[in-house]
Design a binder for this molecule. Structure first.
Ligand code: HDE
Length: 710
């Protein structure tokens, strides 16, 4: 099937060739200046005498230093920290009935993609494990032009109108007077803003859930967030919501673990993505769409244009239409991951916008930001941003223009250039916006249909398992615990109580406060104003459904129980039983997981049987939080581990974070913990039954039952 794919200008390899034209290869080459002049001495600047002053004439030094001085470009104002990879998208079945986009109608096309993940609030060097939304931006290099699906790992957003975005970001960023805290929402200004913005409550439930601390970028869902439009050949429109479903399932770490990972390896996600791809474990996501006919626009108890709402999968099922595979790491972080420029306005014929006021604002923002970030309107010429479709227009000049436009014609219409380049009719692939009828007054208002701020927050909370609800309560207690201004906490408790009274009571107890009897009146932000400018209370709507399993990571029926690519720490020492190590390693490998041998020192250790075992990491380097599960093998020497402080800490952390722990023979004595359903043991060394149960248990990701006893 794959071999029969068309190869005209649309494969991942060909996009790569495109990038290759701009690659420099220094092998067997002289060192030169940027002008190609060979450099004779790259160690000394030109001076007036050995000990004399440097000369302005030294064009080599000046060029080198100037280039260095300008190596940094402004980082993204949001989503500064990113990790990305190349790949391709394959369509399972034609969506012709709904859209005319070539890459969504022709199943023989393999479309190259570039995917950039990001955190939102932190700066470029901040930790991967911040509690935050993750950006999930996909650039499809289609034959009809670039299509960017610039989404997040959560299906809704904090605010309803682009007008509030700078406020939201100013509030969450480090506070301006002391630049504190980095990459964290747990501070006064963020919660001050949120406490005055009830429309954010649904999103707050998501960011306080474990979705905000993913186990891996490879184990996150992605969402287009806004409602978009599909337009077919007959110019008929359907509303569409986009979903990315990871083949490895959706998994998270726990908050204590996230904080510790930030110390042990703040590049945890970046490295995990890189290493998985290098090892040939190519991450995959299926693309799903929820399609809603135009005629059903007003059928729901929420407004499809409101980005604080999702369309429950129980109401409109997600249709899986294709698969994306990431198969190649960038070769140069700056050239590709840093310089890639996404834009929700990069659409192709067959995909169009709705009037979601957040999306409308985004359509302005992304080009604008590239002008200051990448420095010129010519950012489309940077290799990673280039379309594979032919590109001709009369745009000219500007900073860093690459194209050498020939001829005298740079305007349209023209006769001197034979009328070229000419406009494309719709049936020749020309983009024409959907001719939606608009008959309205110019108004600075928000639709009354946007005023329900709590129903879906409640739906989300009610759809979580008790374990997940407990994590939300803890997250809120942590975040608000860091808030110093009591009035902000009080306002938040008032809002949380409108989602769930017990949740508010638990958080209030942790804060040593009481839930206010009545929530404060929300501020005036334009929802349903009456004539005096008085605003109505945010209203609640009775939801058509009260529970949606798809919203829970633990209940999610599509949750994959594969342990592929999981990392298992083998706690070893001299005198470990090699058979115990080997058989568990083999079983895990068979299930796609990786055994990592940890010992008191690097190099090799000698097993009980006298064989040498290569050590991957020492206890000085390794930490439980960097692994998915732990195995303590059998062996006479293994009890020595009782004396190693780091080993006890390792196992206790794994236990605290509800990880599965297995031990064989003497390894059982090393466990400083009580046995429970998540601790699997066997007296026998090399026990295949134990290995089988361990693998099956790990498929559940964590032994959450244990939390009740902690
Ligand atoms: Fe963005 N956003 N955003 N955003 N956004 C940017 O564009 C903006 C919003 C998202 O990997 C910026 O090139 C406004 C929602 C991602 O390069 C900037 C509004 C969603 C990325 C910008 C929003 C996103 C960005 C900064 C409210 C989820 C990273 C750098 C109207 C659907 C893209 C850049 C990458 C980046 C503006 C809201 C996702 C400033 C004004 C909602 C994944 O243009």
């Amino acid at each position: 099937m794959k071999n029969s794919k068309k190869t005209i200008g649309n494969t991942s390899d060909e996009k790569q060739n495109d990038l290759d034209l701009n690659k420099s290869n220094a092998e067997n080459q002289f060192l030169t200046t940027n002008q190609g002049v060979k450099i004779n001495d790259n160690n000394n600047s030109l001076k007036a005498g050995e000990r004399g002053p440097s000369l302005l004439e030294d064009f080599i030094l000046r060029e080198k230093i100037t280039s260095f001085d300008h190596e940094r470009i402004p980082e993204r104002i949001v989503h500064a920290r990113g990790s990305a990879a190349h790949g391709y998208f394959e369509l399972y079945e034609s969506m012709e009935q709904y859209t005319k986009a070539g890459f969504l109608t022709d199943t023989s096309i393999k479309t190259p993609v570039f995917l950039r993940f990001s955190t939102v609030a932190g700066s470029k060097g901040s930790t991967d494990l911040a509690r935050d939304v993750r950006g999930f931006s996909v650039k499809f290099y289609t034959q009809e032009g670039n299509y960017d699906l610039v989404g997040n790992n959560m299906p809704v957003f904090f605010i309803q109108d682009a007008m509030k975005f700078p406020d939201l970001i100013h509030a969450v960023k480090p506070e301006p007077h002391n630049e504190l805290p980095q990459a964290a929402s747990a501070h006064d200004t963020f919660w001050d803003f949120i406490s005055l913005m009830p429309e954010s409550m649904h999103m707050i439930m998501w960011v306080m859930s474990d979705r905000a601390i993913p186990r891996s970028l490879r184990m996150m869902e992605g969402f287009g967030v806004h409602t978009f439009r599909f337009i077919n050949k007959n110019n008929e429109s359907h509303f569409v919501k986009f979903h990315w479903k990871p083949k490895l399932g959706t998994h998270a770490v726990v908050w204590d673990e996230a904080q510790k990972i930030s110390g042990k390896n703040s590049d945890f996600h970046k490295q995990d993505l890189w290493e998985a791809i290098e090892a040939g474990n190519f991450p995959e996501w299926e693309l799903g769409v929820q399609i809603i006919p135009e005629s059903d626009e007003h059928k729901f108890d929420f407004d499809l244009l409101d980005p604080t709402k999702l369309v429950p999968e129980e109401l409109v099922p997600v249709k899986i239409i294709g698969k994306m595979t990431l198969n190649k790491n960038p070769e140069n972080f700056f050239a590709e991951t840093e310089q890639v420029a996404f834009h929700p306005g990069h659409v192709v014929p067959g995909i169009d916008f709705t009037n979601d006021p957040l999306l409308q604002g985004r359509l302005f923002s992304y080009t604008d930001t590239q002008l200051s970030r990448l420095g010129s309107p010519n950012f489309h010429e940077i290799p990673i941003n280039r379309t594979i479709a032919p590109m001709h227009n009369n745009q000219r000049d500007g900073h860093m223009r690459q194209e050498i436009a020939t001829g005298r014609v740079s305007y349209h219409p023209n006769s001197l250039g034979g009328g070229c380049p000419f406009q494309a009719k719709i049936d020749e692939g020309g983009f024409a916006s959907f001719n939606e009828r608009i008959d309205a007054q110019k108004i600075r208002e928000r639709s009354e249909s946007f005023s329900d701020h709590f129903s879906q927050a409640i739906l989300f909370y009610n759809s979580q398992t008790p374990t997940e609800q407990g994590h939300i309560a803890k997250a809120l207690s942590f975040e608000l615990g860091k808030v110093e201004t009591e009035a902000i906490r009080t306002r938040m408790l008032g809002l949380i109580a409108q989602v769930d009274k017990n949740l508010a009571a638990t958080v209030a107890k942790n804060l040593g406060m009481n839930v206010p009897a009545a929530p404060e009146k929300p501020i005036n932000h334009g929802v349903g104003a009456d004539e005096e400018g008085e605003k109505h209370e945010p209203k609640k709507v009775k939801q058509t459904i009260e529970n949606s399993d798809a919203l829970s990571m633990l209940k999610n029926p599509t949750l994959s129980n594969t342990i592929a690519t999981r990392q298992v720490a083998f706690l070893c020492a001299e005198g470990v039983n090699a058979a115990s190590v080997d058989s568990m390693k083999k079983a895990l490998k068979g299930a796609g997981a990786k055994a990592v041998i940890i010992a008191p020192h690097l190099g090799t250790i000698v097993s009980e049987e006298g064989t040498e075992i290569k050590v991957d990491q020492s206890y000085l380097i390794a930490a439980s939080v960097l692994f998915d599960a732990v195995f303590v093998p059998a062996g006479n020497g293994i009890t020595e581990l009782k004396k190693v402080k780091e080993v006890a800490e390792f196992i206790k952390d794994a236990y605290q974070h509800c990880k599965f722990i297995a031990a064989e023979g003497q390894g059982i004595d090393v466990l400083p913990i009580d046995a429970d359903g998540g601790v699997l043991t066997s007296e026998k060394a090399g026990d295949n039954t134990l290995a089988g149960s361990f693998i099956e248990a790990m498929g559940n990701h964590r032994y959450w039952e244990r939390e009740k006893t902690l």
